[in-house]
Design a protein around this ligand. Sequence first.
Ligand SMILES: *Cc1c(COP(=O)(O)O)cnc(C)c1O
Length: 413
Amino acid sequence: MSNFEQVKALEAAHVLQTYKRAPVVFVRGEGSRLYDSDGRSYLDFISGIGVVVLGHGNPGLAAVIAKQAQTLIQTSNLYYHPLQGQLAARLAALSGLQRTFFCNSGTEAVEACLKFARRYWFSRGEKRRTQFVALEHGFSGRTFGALSVTANPAYREPFGPLVPGVTFASPANPAALDMAVTNETAAIIVEPIQGEGGVRPLTADFAAAIERACERTGCLLIADEVQCGLGRTGEAFYSPVLGLTPDLISIGKALGSGVPIGAALIAEPVAAQIFPGDHGSTYGGNLLSTRAALYVLEQLTGTSAAVPYQAPGGLIGHVREMSVVFAKALDDLAARHTVVKTARGVGMMRALELTIDATPVIEGALKAGLLVNRTAERVIRMLPPLTVTEREIHEAVELLDGVLVGIKTEVTT
Ligand SMILES: *Cc1c(COP(=O)(O)O)cnc(C)c1O
């Protein structure tokens, strides 16, 4: 049996079968490349689903993790340690939201935001103000709370009843959002760029409608920036680009560049209504994950100090430069292939929408040594490490070009 067959057989026997995995076993990575169990190399334009922002096997991150692991990993939230405050101060400088609650994933960050929104209104004596408005095509995670504000019926249906009081509005219809938000809405939750929904930035009109609805009813705004936040778009956060002023922001994915950590960022008026004992996590903000995140933020912004993000330095500056290259290469590719309906996205969060199911392209790309993934059936999503080079971008687009040429021949023959 090959290494792949062995790994597959053992998983088939003992790992819960919730994932449809691609037929490859990865054992090592370096920068934008992954290596499989046969030593074959792949250009990784998915980076653990937008997680490994510093690239695989990053020596700086490896060194700080190793040193922290030798010093102290976990103490729980029963005691102080020096790193949570430092990381929270840096996140406050980046986001303008004064306080952070630390957890272990994007889903948990969303879960915390939903709880804090309800707690805010409960503390203020408006106990009936419990409803949420979320968006069609939105994705916020798979636990009951996060799933309840996630639109996909296939994810929801087998697990009902979910958290009551959630209404879904279409991001294509600003007027309908206005109707959906009432004086019983605790919060609106949106992804500034819908990731799983097909890499769709909210429109300026829709963002304006969100702001108007919040102003009219006083409801809170939760921005789920788990995928688009922390440098992926060439900005620290994408909400301000759209003119959104969230009261709560959920982050995860990029924050630890692979070390599990998530966080809810909270504006002071909301934070003032949350009290000791209201929420908690055993691991949340432990020394290993906060140490990793401090290093990631330092690399993203190019500074080790907690300062408001202005000048594009560090990796975020690099993303802005590479964004121009990536956008042009994908636009040119789209112009050459009739199966590509459109190229869209921002920074290092990009997609090609096809006129056909994306599955054969994803499979062809894997065979050609390129990792990309499919969302929303016809969409090829690309989330390379933020360290990606101009050469690697051209290499990836050339590989896709070759795959699309092959697809065209298959379709016409
Ligand atoms: C991935 C994602 C989540 C869930 O994050 P996990 O790390 O899987 O818990 C939530 N919201 C958005 C927008 C995401 O992309």
